[in-house]
Design a protein around this ligand. Structure first.
Ligand SMILES: *Cc1c(COP(=O)(O)O)cnc(C)c1O
Length: 410
């Protein structure tokens, strides 16, 4: 997503000039997220392309092994997206009609879509207004005899209250499936995200902590779930392709479950291995930028900066601000437009899932169902945050926010 060189005009913001006569804070557009792929990645992927084996094989297995070690899990199953990771995880757990899965509405729709793919029923519960994560008390109220899974999302990279969720899932005999698409590298009370719940999923979409172009991972310490996940990922066949196609292999195989075609290629895995080596540096830079934003915006009365829990290490996938509508002359949408005119790409995470037309029409959800998520949605915006941002980029974001908020202050 290289947007450098695309002027304000092409972004459709020409109707809204930058504040005070029109000189924007910067001359090129800064997106809210962007991957960082280096020459080493190009070399490693090229090496795979020149080899004899380019679909799931030894590099994929190595990536899985390294990834499992990195997040402190016994097993890792690579797939072609974070969405597929959710789908495979729920299928491996054995979700189907009429099973219910309790989850947050304040997430990307993929989280609950995966439940629907398997004819399960997503049951939303509202979020905690401070952390924006699933509120365990609200989750408890959604329990029914059909509840099988609790599916929390570590919003923006801040771990949920895992002590409460682990106790909750044990008490009610539920699988604890964590959507950690935002939380690679986060820790909760010294424990790595990926090592705590029954199953945890990650995404390698270009906006996430590390990328494989497209990709995802299911991790677990449960051997039975891992075995099923490996199988479901590749058609439901009980042997992997390396064993079937190699010289030592044998043509015979059996399809034992209705699986999918969700595996990763060796090119993706090679990219992932290189990116994984850079994860610690990426996290450090994300935390540094978030810290600069926190100090810059903490004392501005017109905005609310993210609350950070003292007992965990935030992975900072997203940096969000809440605007205080009562302190400003305009709403959130106008603030985003004004930032865009300054060439700063702000975004919104998330439109609560239950408000999407598909959910309203098929799950009978409506405005008012989850008031905390809905209220937050109207006030929240996401600022650019990615490791490749320069100090000047960070400064530009801070300047633009101060300029725009200052301009629209009451
Ligand atoms: C990105 C994301 C996903 C889906 O991952 P993809 O790799 O894009 O399929 C799922 N859940 C959340 C919370 C995400 O942010």
């Amino acid at each position: 997503m290289d947007q450098s060189g695309s002027g304000v005009q092409s972004l459709g913001t020409a109707e809204l000039p930058a504040i005070e006569g029109g000189t924007p804070v910067r001359s090129t557009f800064l997106p809210y997220a962007r991957q960082w792929v280096g020459e080493k990645e190009v070399e490693k992927v090229t090496q795979v392309l020149r080899s004899d084996w380019i679909t799931q094989g030894p590099v994929t297995r190595e990536f899985e092994k390294e990834f499992a070690r990195k997040v402190g899990a016994r097993f890792a199953v690579s797939v072609n997206s974070g969405t597929s990771a959710l789908h495979v995880a729920l299928a491996a757990i054995g979700i189907g009609s009429p099973d219910e899965v309790i989850t947050s509405p304040f997430t990307f729709a993929a989280t609950s879509n995966a439940v629907l793919y398997l004819n399960g029923v997503p049951k939303f519960a509202d979020i905690d207004p401070k952390t924006y994560n699933l509120d365990p008390d609200k989750a408890e109220a959604r329990l029914s005899p059909n509840t099988r899974v609790i599916l929390p999302v570590h919003f923006a990279g801040q771990p949920c209250n895992m002590d409460r969720l682990v106790a909750f899932s044990c008490k009610h005999r539920l699988f604890l499936l964590e959507d950690a698409a935002h939380a690679l590298g986060a820790t909760y009370r010294g424990k790595k995200i990926g090592s705590i719940g029954s199953v945890t999923i990650f995404s390698f979409h270009p906006v996430k902590h590390i990328t494989t172009g497209e990709g995802g991972m299911v991790v677990t310490n449960n051997e039975a779930v891992a075995e099923r996940a490996y199988m479901i990922r590749t058609h439901g066949i009980d042997k992997d392709a390396g064993k079937r196609f190699g010289k030592e292999g044998n043509w015979f195989y059996q399809m034992v479950a209705l699986g999918y075609r969700f595996n990763m290629s060796e090119m993706q895995a090679a990219l992932g291995l290189c990116q994984l080596e850079k994860l610690d540096d990426f996290l450090e830079r994300r935390r540094e930028i978030a810290g600069q934003y926190q100090s810059a915006f903490r004392d501005m009365p017109e905005v609310v900066t993210p609350h950070v829990e003292a007992d965990s290490e935030h992975a900072w996938h997203l940096y969000t601000l809440q605007i205080r509508r009562e302190a400003l002359r305009v709403g959130r949408d106008r603030i985003i437009e004004a930032l865009k005119a300054e060439n700063i790409g702000a975004n919104v995470h998330y439109i609560p899932v239950h408000l999407h037309p598909y959910y309203r029409e098929n799950l009978d959800t409506k405005e008012g169902d989850y008031p905390i998520a809905e209220g937050l949605y109207r006030k929240i915006l996401t600022l650019p945050l990615f490791p490749r941002m320069t100090d000047k980029d960070v400064e530009d974001v801070i300047l633009a926010v101060k300029k725009v908020i200052g301009h629209y202050r009451k």
